[in-house]
Design a protein around this ligand. Sequence first.
Ligand SMILES: C[S@@+](CC[C@H](N)C(=O)[O-])C[C@H]1O[C@@H](n2cnc3c(N)ncnc32)[C@H](O)[C@@H]1O
Length: 649
Amino acid sequence: MELKRKIIEVSPEKNSSNTDAFEESKQIQISSIDENTLIDAKSTKTIKKRKVKQITIKSLLKNSDKAILNDINLFFFDCLETNQNYNSSKNEKKNFFNTNEINEKSSYFLNPPFIAVKNFLLSKKNFEDNSQENSLEQDPVIPLDESSPVPVEAKIAKLFVHCMLTNGTGLATLLNHKDNIENIKAGNQVWVFIVPFTLKGEVVEAKVIENHLGYSICDLVSVIEPSNDRITPKCIYFGKCSGCHLQMLSYKDQLDFKKKCVQAAIRSESSKIFNNNIPVNNTISSPSEFAYRTKLTPHFDIFSWLPRDKTPIGFNYVNRREVLDIEECIIATNPVNEGLKTSRKITKLNIANFKKGSTLLIRETNLSKPSTVQLLDNSETKKGFVLNHKDTVEESVNVFKYLTDSPSDLLSLLEHFGDATKTNIPETISYNFVYQANSFFQNNNSILAKLIHYVRCELFMVNQKRVELGYPKIQNLVDAYCGAGLFAIGCNIDFEKVVGIEISKESINNAISNAERNLIKNCSFIQGDALKIFDKIDAKSPSCEYNLINDQTAVIIDPPRKGSNPDFLKQLVEYGPAAIIYVACGVPAQFRDLDYLIQLEAIQTDGSTGSQISKEKKSAVYKIMTIQPFDLFPQTYHVENVVTLIRIN
Ligand SMILES: C[S@@+](CC[C@H](N)C(=O)[O-])C[C@H]1O[C@@H](n2cnc3c(N)ncnc32)[C@H](O)[C@@H]1O
């Protein structure tokens, strides 16, 4: 069947003085197969016949990233000087952005206040209930305006960078709209460009790669006016590889950036926490800024058109699903880089046998398992690497032996931990962890002593406070989502009983044998969904095995990036431990969960009807004590965040 191609010409921005990105008119190509079916030429996805303009909006929305939309919204809110977060501004939106004032034909998607609000509505509604298709179709306020000009892909534009987003990219607007902020305030048309490796205040050239709803993803072409904060990156692949995002920033600035990311997540996810002005502490640094990663997972693809011996092995190029050949990764430890060399050599020798691409695994390990471990030339390091998914990895984690009466003193020492010039570092115990190469274990060993010590100090201080107020001492610890037992074992000396729960059979077996190998007697581990923990520890449950009195128990939760779930959180509050430590690598999800936890509390305290928790139950009420970011992933935008909650009733 012959495709009839229909090209819709979209006129350039009217009255625009800009000649860069909007210089050419945008062509949106729609190929019509027959009367009832249309193909979006770009995605080649068959879509039942609808109005062409809907397809345009759809293709812009399709890959829009929720985190980027959140960040853009915060930027617009800042420009509009509304110190609001989403939740608190939700009710005011209708008035604030008076929909009656919208001219039906106006370029809705180029009007930042409306993009901000629209993105917010779309992102919340569509990303949360996964009904993007339906809600989009039913949404009566989406303007079906085919004349919305979007930047021309592959064009190079001169941009001004206003701020950094939480994914480490810069948010920019066209340079010749220098008065952009004023434009935004006036509700005028401004399109946003997202450019990696750029800093606030910089003037850059960037190539438009892909258009989304309200923003374009770009490649950085050159920095025309660099920021004073820009430093020379150490890695030869930086700027092309998608693995690192921040090497152009000093380490101190990276730590500041991560604190701001935590603040942004609070603002986006929880009006209750945001409105309470709870301070976020300065990010605790990683002792190793480079050479810290104990695990790498490079990959390769096989293409029929590419000679096998030219197959690149490494990580994706930034903004592309295409592999960049990487011979060395300077954020990985030396043993892991030795492993990378070996793994690349083995793969290249066998490349003819691969029918499709694959992901390699390289993990650092101690040398006490010589049968599987590849020895390094420099055996002084007592480290090696493993390359097979089922190999056993052995890792030592140091924790401080004592918690003194003033753990805050010890806490301040943490800043110098790992600094060879400081001598007053307290005595440490070395715990030995064994786990399978493909299962979860933290990837930056250099910071684990600080992380575990911080958690212990927090629990010590909560305890002190509670004892002062006449509450019983915390004697038990629950480690939910415990993996191979890192927190359970790392914190065990401060508790009488410790119980860990973890869904992975392999990890829980590792946790059990890790307690044994370290001669620890007070730790037990359960395999199963984290939710099951309450049946096992709450005396009220018929299947209770451990009888941990809630008033004498603290719970650590360290779920995967997507966070915990309402069922778990609801039962957590029903159980009502004396303290909760929430460790997270997914900070927005963490504050979403915390907002929910605190919401439960609000429902319970006012005793209103319709609450998820029965009124008769005396449920727990929690207060956030501290918010502490850690830099487990230097040179990248990722941040680990630890929040301490204390029960206040
Ligand atoms: C971020 S890791 C933390 C592991 C451990 N706390 C550590 O630091 O090594 C999250 C862990 O949660 C586990 N997990 C995922 N979903 C779970 C669930 N529904 N119930 C229990 N554990 C789960 C994963 O297998 C993983 O080991």
